[in-house]
Design a binder for this molecule. Structure first.
Ligand SMILES: O=P(O)(O)OC[C@H](O)CO
Length: 414
């Protein structure tokens, strides 16, 4: 069989589910063998693929997180657009089968889908029901707003819990999704989806107040910062933090690792902000096909993508991980199977994404060098949370540093 290398960034339970997908595809036919390799976190995986390209040892498929989309789109010679691949290999592929909130993120201005929407997530809230019960909080009512979260987290800390609240992916949750959910622009030009000359503008009073509040809570561990990306996730699963705001796809590991009853809720919002909550935006990653591999491999990649698009395969991946069902058929199938009714909290991600029709502020984002810009935002958030900088100064500086990176990126474009 022809081997197809698939570099990815899924660890823990998600890694096991991904391995299973590849294994199931491999047993479903005998011409191709997809070989998944874990290459570290999202940034490490894409960096490894870029380096491999230079020595012609790149994989056919690499998993790239959502914020590197503009960068991948710009890497024209290195990327084999998925719509082109599926057309060349005569595999059925229709972007209208995919949920618009997901497909739109990875579609160019001409309506062509450039990467395969494999694992789309959105942030949500998890809480430790057992702990809520112990401190006299209603275990059946998830805190809905940031003031509710603050009150519940204060109660937890007062009762001796070491950390009231923590969030993973600090910028994705507290800046990027926060902005969309409050219908505030992260950047001009519809967050960059409308043009490359977008300018970051998120240092507004609503966002600054949110960061200032988290920094205030940090003093007593009502909020406790736990690092970038997924670093803080185990603290909720161990029972150190009572409330966790993070990816809908942390669900798989939370269920596998937590020895307490878990509650689920929507991403919190500030109730005094007009129009909030709007809708959340996606995170997660897509599969990009890299050029320069033997023709035979691309036939197999197209077959693999067709397999991944099957409603039953897509529905199982959604149900087992917490990633969104990326096709309408997978969502309908999951609903018809009664999955959402039987499994509390599993419909939240999709409900949040579609709360209201998206605005220019809440369709997603497409900004060059955003992997670096997110690092800058995380860095400034850390300065605010540790009390080294007031929230306003930190966010002003994040905007200024981020805009420099945007303009540098723009200059490298034809
Ligand atoms: O942990 P994930 O896969 O849901 O991804 C979250 C972020 O969007 C990654 O950039």
């Amino acid at each position: 069989a022809t081997e197809i290398a698939w570099w990815h960034a899924m660890s823990g339970q998600l890694g096991r589910e991904l391995e299973k997908l590849a294994a199931d595809f491999n047993t479903s036919q005998s011409d191709y063998r997809v070989v998944p390799t874990y290459k570290g976190n999202y940034t490490e995986a894409v960096t490894a693929a870029i380096f491999a390209f230079r020595s012609s040892s790149q994989p056919a498929i690499v998993q790239v997180n959502e914020i590197a989309t503009a960068t991948m789109m710009a890497a024209k010679g290195a990327v084999y657009p998925v719509y082109e691949l599926m057309r060349d290999e005569k595999e059925a592929f229709s972007p209208s089968d995919y949920l618009p909130a997901v497909a739109g993120y990875y579609t160019d201005l001409a309506g062509n889908m450039l990467s395969f929407p494999f694992n789309a997530s959105t942030p949500m809230l998890y809480y430790n029901k057992s702990m809520f019960r112990k401190v006299g909080l209603d275990p059946e009512t998830p805190p809905a707003t940031w003031p509710d979260v603050g009150a519940a987290a204060k109660r937890l800390v007062a009762a001796g819990v070491p950390c009231g609240l923590t969030t993973s992916w600090p910028s994705w949750v507290n800046v990027e999704n926060f902005s969309a959910y409050h219908n505030l622009p992260l950047a001009t030009r519809a967050n960059g989806l409308g043009g490359m000359d977008a300018v970051l503008v998120f240092n507004n009073p609503v966002l600054v107040r949110h960061i200032a509040e988290l920094a205030e809570w940090q003093k007593t561990r009502v909020f406790d910062y736990g690092g970038r990306a997924t670093a803080t996730e185990p603290r909720f699963q161990r029972g150190d933090c009572g409330i966790f705001v993070g990816s809908s796809a942390t669900r798989a590991d939370i269920i596998a690792n937590s020895k307490f009853e878990v509650g689920y809720g929507r991403l919190p919002f500030w109730p005094d902000v007009a129009g909030a909550p709007q809708n959340t935006i996606i995170g997660g990653a897509t599969l990009w096909v890299l050029r320069g591999r033997p023709a035979d491999e691309y036939k197999g990649v197209a077959k693999f993508f067709a397999y991944l698009s099957r409603a039953d395969v897509q529905a199982a991946w959604h149900q087992n991980t917490g990633y969104l069902p990326v096709t309408r058929a997978a969502y309908e199938l999951t609903r018809a199977q009664g999955f959402y009714e039987r499994n509390p909290g599993t419909a939240i991600s999709i409900e949040q994404m579609t709360l209201k029709p998206p605005t220019d502020n809440s369709r997603g984002l497409r900004l060059g060098s955003f992997v670096l810009i997110r690092d800058v935002i995380d860095d400034e958030l850390e300065q605010a949370f540790s009390g080294r900088k007031p929230a306003q100064a930190a966010m002003d500086s994040a905007v200024e540093r981020g805009n420099k990176l945007l303009r540098q990126f723009e200059r490298t474009q034809p």
